[in-house]
Write a protein of this length. Structure first.
Length: 258
């Protein structure tokens, strides 16, 4: 067995929304496989703490951070300029940044639902397009989009969120086919409830938690590290023949429904 198939030594990875939760877990996982990791997030204090935490955990690793709101086009361009300044193109892009506001469909203002699209979908599409010249500097590179089971079925997240994630899954398929000849693989993961700060309020309601667990065959909430493991696998040379896929990280939820 070639051990290099299961390593990312020297590869440069950009993780958006990388300061907490799933994004931080992804950054940690990629560092563990030997990648050099660039973190981007909006909150500078949280981002710096995350960078310091990872630097302490991986003293021989290479982790850097830049404050950037990927929903803002000027900041997206600045972020890609920063990546280009590293001088070696980009091997891995993880589009993890996102947000939501849960309401009944008729209660959203136009600004509210458009902002959800901007944060979750348009930012990922534009950033991926901007990253294309850097990704194609390598014979093989990888994009992983963090979607959601809400892009496949109704999960009470609000219509705009589910719409953006469904579109992200389709973006994954389209770009995978379009860019295969360029050596760029594009895949996605679709988590169900994962134990993060963002989900803690809903999951603290015991009745709601019971409903979630009743619809989850494995009978528990997922952990950020379990999403990170799937993301890292899709980036590995061992996954070199996998593109256009969306892997549910959901404890079997999509096979059961909610």
């Amino acid at each position: 067995m070639d051990p290099h198939r299961w390593r990312l030594d020297g590869q440069l990875a950009l993780v958006t929304g990388g300061s907490a939760g799933i994004g931080l877990a992804i950054a940690r996982e990629l560092l563990g496989f030997g990648a050099r990791v660039l973190l981007a997030a909006r909150n500078g204090d949280i981002l710096e703490r995350a960078r310091d935490e990872l630097a302490d955990e991986f003293p021989d690793g290479d982790v850097r951070a830049l404050i950037a709101d990927v929903a803002d086009d000027e900041q997206r361009r600045e972020l890609l300029d920063w990546v280009e300044d590293q001088g070696e193109g980009l091997d891995i892009l993880v589009n993890n940044a996102g947000g939501n506001l849960t309401r009944a469909a008729t209660d959203y203002t136009e600004d509210e639902w458009r902002e959800i699209f901007e944060i979750n979908l348009f930012s990922a599409f534009e950033l991926t397009r901007y990253a294309y010249p850097l990704l194609t500097r390598h014979a093989a590179s990888s994009v992983v989009n963090v979607g959601s089971v809400s892009g496949a079925t109704h999960v009470r997240s609000g219509a705009p969120y589910g719409m953006t994630k469904a579109a992200m899954h389709q973006m994954t398929r389209n770009l995978a086919v379009e860019w295969a000849e360029d050596g760029v693989r594009v895949n996605a993961v679709a988590p169900w409830y994962i134990r993060t700060r963002r989900t803690s309020e809903k999951l603290s309601d015991p009745d709601y938690l019971d409903e979630v667990l009743m619809r989850t065959p494995m009978g528990r909430v997922g952990e950020p590290e379990e999403v990170a493991a799937a993301v890292a696998f899709l980036c590995l040379p061992a996954a070199a023949y996998i593109t256009g896929e969306c892997i549910a990280v959901d404890g079997g939820f999509l096979r059961y429904g909610f």
